[in-house]
Design a protein around this ligand. Structure first.
Ligand code: 5GP
Length: 118
């Protein structure tokens, strides 16, 4: 089934997660291996494997990732200090789960965006 990614199972609540938000377009849950005090994944309910698979039809859903990120950042109390939103794409981008997702990372001062891995 095309909807069968790890994150689809979390979205359908077949796999447990610390879910913090869900609507008709996106679902957000805490990362199982947080890289900062706040680390939340915001995921389209529909499977879009990578950024390279995005189409104009997805614009509403992808816009929702940002409005939900901003809302959750306020809820987490990290808006004023600031935070980082990350979307990894494929192997060189460091993508592990092929179901597009946005990382909301914050709660501490973050390092610079990494440069090329030698
Ligand atoms: P990517 O590297 O694909 O951008 O990010 C995938 C993220 O999913 C990683 O930060 C990883 O810790 C997280 N992750 C992997 N498996 C699970 C899981 O079963 N539950 C949750 N909540 N997060 C997961």
């Amino acid at each position: 089934m095309s909807e069968d990614t790890l994150f689809s199972k979390i979205i359908r609540k077949e796999i447990p997660s610390d879910m913090v938000y869900q609507d008709e377009l996106v679902t957000a849950f805490r990362d199982i291996t947080p890289k900062a005090p706040t680390h939340i994944l915001i995921v389209p309910n529909k499977v879009i494997p990578t950024v390279d698979d995005v189409t104009e039809e997805d614009e509403l859903t992808l816009g929702r990732l940002f409005t939900v990120a901003a809302k959750l950042a306020r809820q987490e109390g990290i808006s004023e200090d600031g935070y980082r939103l990350v979307v990894n794409c494929r192997d060189f981008g460091g993508q592990e789960v092929y179901h597009l997702h946005m990382h909301l990372i914050g709660g501490a001062r973050l390092g610079h965006i990494p440069s090329v891995n030698k």
